[in-house]
Design a binder for this molecule. Sequence first.
Ligand code: UT7
Length: 326
Amino acid sequence: MIRARITGTGSAVPEKVLTNFDLEKMMDTSDEWIVTRTGIRERRIAAEGEYTSTFAVAAAEKALAAAGVKAEEIDLIVVGTLTPDFPFPATACIVQQAIKATNAFCFDLSAACSGFIYALSTADKFIRSGQVKKALVIGAEVLSRIVDWSDRNTCLLFGDGAGAVVLEAQEGDHGVLSTHMHSDGNYWEILYQKGPGSRKPATHQNVDDKLVYLTMQGNEVFKLAVRAMGEVAQEALEANGFTPDDVTLFIPHQANQRIVDSVGKRLGITGERVFVNLDRYGNTSAASIPIALDEAARAGRLKEGDLLLLDAFGGGLTWGSALIRW
Ligand code: UT7
C-alpha cells in the first residue's frame, strides 16, 4: 500500500522573545496568572519585515534539507494558516517562488488551529491517489498582527512561527496511517477574526471600531476543545485497532497546558509521552503541531516504528487527529 511518509521536518520562529514579565509592563496582567491559567511563559514575535512566508520558507528549507529532497522535486505545497501574507495569492505560492519549487501546485488551507492536520490530511489523500509523489505541508502564522494588544484576554496567548514536513509516497507500513477531521459551524462565533473581509472591509471606521482583530470566548473554547480533542484522538486509535498504550508520543495542539493535561488524562497518555513546548511559544495556531514535531524529531525523541498521535482543535470550529507510524 502507498502511504505518505514524513521524511523531513523543519521549523522557524522569530528571534524576538516576549516574556510574561515583558507583558506585565504593557498591561494589567501577571506572570503568575498567565502561567497558572495557560502554562505559557514566553512567545516569539515577528519583527518588522518578517511575514508568515518568512517563517514558512525557512521551515520548508530545513524540512527539504532534512529529507534530502530538492525543491523542484516537490509536486504540492499546502500551507495551513489563518494569517496569510495576503488574502490572495496563497502564501503557498510565495513559498514556491522563494524556494524555487517550480513543479509544484500550491494552495493555502483555512482551518485555523487545525490547519496543519487538515493540510496533512489533504496532502496524504493526493499521495495515496498517486497524483502527488512529494509534498511540502506547512503550518505558518504571524498571529501577533491580528491580536488586539489592548485585550489581555487574548493577546498574550498567541505567538508566531512555522513548521513544515516533507511527505513522500512510499510502499509499506510507515507514514500517515489515518487522519480524522470534524467541523461544527454552529460555533464559528466563539473564535474568529472580525475583519477585514467581505463583512467588515478595511475601512477607517472598521479599524477604529476594532473590527479587525481576533476575538474569542475562552471558556467556551476551552470546554469544547477538551471534549473534541479527546474524542477525535480516540477515533484515530480505534480506526487502527490501537489503544492509548500503543502511542509512543502524543503531540497535541499547543494552546493551553490545562487543555493538554485534560485531554491527556482523558486518553490515559501522560508524562513523557506528551510533547509540550507551549511554555516557550504560546499558541502558534496551525504552526504549533509541526513546530513540536520538528523539535521532537531533532531532539531524537522519534525512532523508526514509533506511533505518533497528532491532535488539534481550532476556530470554525474545526478539529482533527492523525496517527503516524514513524
Ligand atoms: O487554539 C484554540 C484557541 N484557543 C484556546 O484554546 C483557548 C482556550 N481557552 C483558554 O485557554 C482559557 O479560557 C483562557 C486562558 C483564555 C482564560 O482562562 P480562564 O481560566 O478561562 O479565565 P477566565 O476567562 O474565566 O478569566 C478569569 C479571570 C477574569 O477575572 P474575573 O472576571 O474572574 O474577575 C478575567 O478578567 O481572569 C481575568 N483575566 C486576566 N487576569 C490577568 C483574563 N485575562 C487576564 C490576564 N491577566 N491576562
